[in-house]
Ligand binder design. Structure first.
Ligand code: ADP
Ligand code: ZN
Ligand code: ZN
Length: 820
């Protein structure tokens, strides 16, 4: 009987497609294997098989699978179940999930751009087709698969591309250029003929007239420890030899031509490090021990536990003990961190204890490396512990026993763009439950939702109120900058007290962190005469001024503009900066403290992972005195010499039109304050604000999370927000504003007919036009008691009937479930 497969294609289309399976592959293909399928006009995609069966679809004529890529599933059953849950819950397609979940190298398609790897050296001659493709690429190093298909005349190119990728002769083109570590390494050894002392001596004499070559040979003998034939020499890499001898490759090539040396290639595998000596665990303090036991007890009854521990209380130490305990029983651990909190600091701390059993999954790793981790997790030699960012919830696991979500309150756990707009914390809890595993959420400043769950019996709750070794929490000093500005006592953004404390810290050789929740030089420029402000032509936002580049940038679409010489509205030439970003703070600080070494950490200075790590390392090693930064400086960093933290303007965090802005402001300030005085001395935080009487400011000063929680909870209940209500935002986009308005009104009317008062809007969101598309938003607020399943299917139904209307063919509709 003829066999068929249902597959997921990496496209945002609902449903799965059925393809016919050529008879020769019938026994080879299983659920989770990747296949290449034709789709649309002459396009090919890597698709994932979800089912093998023998019922042809009724609606369409099937095409045939063109190739199979896996003999063993690349997607495990648990993962597939998880994908289905995500697509369902977050109202997106399986294709969306597939695209987000798998590294690019595993989901090649006709449109994939591939790039030639100039460092590639073949270990053996390549198959003819591969060589043909590689030749094409060496002539033009960046081409898409379709282009290569045409040029090479090879019909099914994806398998050839896959093979070249596996050999790392080519890479998948990515957004960011990254430094590439080769997976094979060229090494040098003596040829067999040279491996006896007599021939070697003879060679020495011959080389007397070629001192460079002689030096190279001598260096090799030294590095390899070669003394006697039969005594195996140490391996010497080509690079190490050339570096040590200070020689050029010309000298080496001469010696290779003379058959003294030969070069061979050794697989090194980025992931296999030499055995790391691991250290024993730190002993937990009595308070930590109590929390640890508390968590274990809690896991007897509950699947999720919140560890609410002040900054530097040793939460990480407790995680390490829990991980140790879990892997002893043969289970795996997933340890999630927000993107920017995943630093060398934490990696090294875990490496020291878990050595090779620890794998790290970072979104800034090259794609090939992510592919390798994925494969490793499918193999027998999978990592026991994965430390990773949001997207590591997608990795294959088979023995998951524990998930740790550190800094659970972090809003970057929520993916904003593109779909699936998932929350990694909530998704991780779901993932864990599919394995019967436990989840530990850790933070010093819990999200209101999590704290609600933890105090209403859904999750367990364990608290740690003291810092390790009883170091005191920092003292927070309030400064009313409104009053000071009125009396003209402010120097730029700095109060006299802050300047004095910075000066004292510098004199005592201590460090300072200045926190400003805004990057750029000034958020915008403005015409002094008519008030004109430059705006992005694609998006409905004002542009940010970057002094270093002397450019205006749109933070939504990334478009840059020249700074106009005069105001296009009135012709005035006085365009002035308004507001204070990190870049401006840096400028002012350098003027005020010319002798201080200053660094800035924000999105603009940390485009690459290395830039980011370097800023941290320099500060850690005392090469920097003052670190100025956005919220990035608040993320779980552990510095020893910071005595003063300045929060330059608390108000900039409070004025967001968002029901979470107070919660977030509290979290940010508490986290930044936590960087002060971690060891041997109580730290000082100078909190500058124009609203000193605000209850929130008092809560921050007293580090009174409970009051904050009570206040916020009351508001949330009053205004129908989480945790009492569930939010869904419906976004509609269209090129034409009037069409969009009609569509949004129609959709809202349909929704109201079924959901009534729960529907708000449509409204223009704060940024009502992005990348030339107009946007409207409908808000849905649903009681926790209403079945989400019903709501979801109702939404899908409404969307279908709106899109059916001819006028709204090119309307884009998407959802943000549990928006942040
Ligand atoms: P948190 O994760 O709560 O911020 P950490 O685990 O990072 O706290 O601990 C803060 C500092 O105290 C770290 O430098 C850590 O190494 C040290 N520390 C905490 N607990 C212990 C312990 N039991 N033994 C040794 N050092 C500890
Ligand atoms: Zn823009
Ligand atoms: Zn003007």
């Amino acid at each position: 009987m003829k066999k068929y497969v249902d597959v997921i294609v990496p496209l945002p289309i609902a449903g799965q497609y059925t393809y016919a399976l050529p008879p020769e592959w019938e026994t080879e293909v299983r659920m989770g294997c990747r296949v290449v399928v034709p789709f649309g006009k002459k396009k090919y995609y890597t698709a994932i098989v979800t089912r093998v069966h023998d019922t042809p679809p009724e609606a369409y004529e099937t095409k045939e699978v063109s190739e199979i890529l896996d003999k063993q599933p690349a997607l495990l059953e648990h993962q597939y179940a998880f994908w289905q849950w995500l697509a369902d819950y977050y109202l997106c397609t399986l294709g969306d999930v597939y695209k987000a979940a798998m590294p690019s190298g595993m989901k090649l398609e006709s449109e994939t751009l591939v790039v030639y790897n100039p460092d590639f050296e073949a270990a053996e001659p390549l198959p003819e087709k591969e060589q043909r493709v590689l030749d094409l690429l060496s002539a033009d190093p960046e081409q898409c698969v379709t282009q290569l298909e045409k040029a090479s005349g090879i019909k099914h190119l994806l398998p050839v591309i896959k093979s070249l990728l596996d050999k790392e002769a080519i890479h998948v083109k990515e957004e960011l250029k990254r430094v590439y570590k080769p997976r094979t390494e060229a090494r040098v050894r003596l040829t067999d003929a040279m491996s006896n002392e007599r021939n070697l001596r003879f060679q020495f004499d011959l080389l007397a007239r070629a001192p460079k070559q002689l030096a190279l040979l001598m260096k090799y003998i030294e590095l390899s420890g070669w003394t006697q034939p039969g005594n195996p020499p140490k391996e010497v890499t080509r690079k190490a030899l050339l570096d040590a001898a200070g020689a050029s490759s010309a000298a080496l090539n001469e010696l290779i031509a003379k058959k003294v040396f030969e070069v061979y290639f050794q697989e090194i595998g980025r992931l296999t490090q030499s055995n790391v000596d691991t250290l024993p665990l730190n002993t937990l303090s009595p308070a930590q021990q109590q929390a640890y036991t508390g968590i274990l007890n809690c896991f007897r009854e509950k699947n999720v536990c919140l560890l609410h521990g002040v900054t530097a209380s040793g939460k990480t130490e407790i995680y390490i003990h829990l991980i140790n305990q879990t892997i002893k029983t043969g289970k795996q651990v997933l340890y999630l961190l927000p993107e920017i909190a995943l630093t060398t600091q934490i990696t090294e701390r875990l490496k020291r204890v878990f050595g090779n059993r620890l794998g790290i999954y970072h979104s800034k790793f090259p794609d090939a490396e992510r592919v390798e981790i994925w494969r490793k997790q499918l193999s027998e030699h999978d990592y026991d512990v994965i430390l990773g960012v949001r997207s590591s919830v997608f990795l294959p696991f088979r023995r998951l026993g524990l998930v740790i979500v550190d800094e659970e309150h972090e809003n970057t756990y929520k993916q904003q763009e593109p779909a699936p707009r998932y929350h990694a914390r909530n998704a991780a809890i779901m993932l864990a439950s599919m394995f019967g595993a436990k989840t530990l959420l850790g933070t010093a400043t819990p999200s209101i939702e999590t704290y609600y769950n933890a105090t209403h019996g859904k999750y367990g709750l364990v608290t740690l109120t003291e810092r390790h070794q009883n170091i005191r929490l920092p003292h927070i000093e309030l400064v009313d900058i409104k009053e000071l500005a009125r009396k003209k006592y402010m120097t730029a953004q700095f109060s006299p007290l802050l300047l004095q404390k910075v000066r004292e810290a510098l004199e005592n050789k201590e460090q300072v962190i200045l926190f400003q929740n805004r990057r750029g030089f000034a958020p915008m420029i403005e015409c002094r005469i008519c008030g004109w402000v430059p705006r992005c032509k694609n998006c409905d936002v004002s542009l940010t001024y970057h002094k270093g580049l002397n450019q205006l940038t749109c933070h939504y679409c990334g478009y840059t503009y020249q700074v106009p010489k005069s105001c296009p509205a009135c012709g005035g030439t006085e365009l002035m900066n308004r507001g204070f970003g990190t870049e401006k703070i840096e400028d002012d600080i350098k003027t005020l403290f010319p002798e201080a070494r200053v660094a800035r950490m924000d999105l603009d200075t940390t485009r690459t992972r290395t830039a980011y790590e370097k800023i941290i390392a320099d500060f850690e090693e005392g090469k920097t005195d003052i670190l100025i930064g956005t919220q990035m400086v608040s993320k779980g960093l552990d510095f020893d010499r910071v005595s003063v933290v300045g929060i330059l303007n608390a108000d900039s965090m409070l004025n967001y039109p968002d029901f979470r802005s107070y919660e977030r402001a509290f979290q940010l300030m508490a986290q930044v304050a936590g960087r002060a005085g971690r060891k041997n001395k109580q730290g000082l935080v100078i909190l500058q604000t124009k609203s000193p009487d605000l209850p929130l400011i008092r809560q921050v000063i007293a580090n009174d999370y409970n009051r904050l929680y009570q206040d916020q909870l009351a508001e949330r209940s009053l205004f129908k927000y989480p945790p009492f209500y569930r939010l869904i935002y419906v976004y509609l986009k269209h090129r034409k504003e009037d069409v969009l308005d009609q569509a949004a009104d129609l959709m809202a009317t349909y929704l109201r007919s079924g959901l009534g008062e729960r529907i708000l809007g449509p409204d223009k969101p704060p940024v009502a036009r992005v990348q030339t598309l107009y946007i409207k938003k409908i808000v849905i607020k649903i009681e926790q008691t209403v079945s989400m399943k019903k709501v979801r299917s109702y939404l899908v139904q409404v969307q279908r009937s709106v899109i059916e209307d001819e006028r709204f063919r090119s309307l884009v509709v998407y959802y943000d479930v549990d928006p942040m």
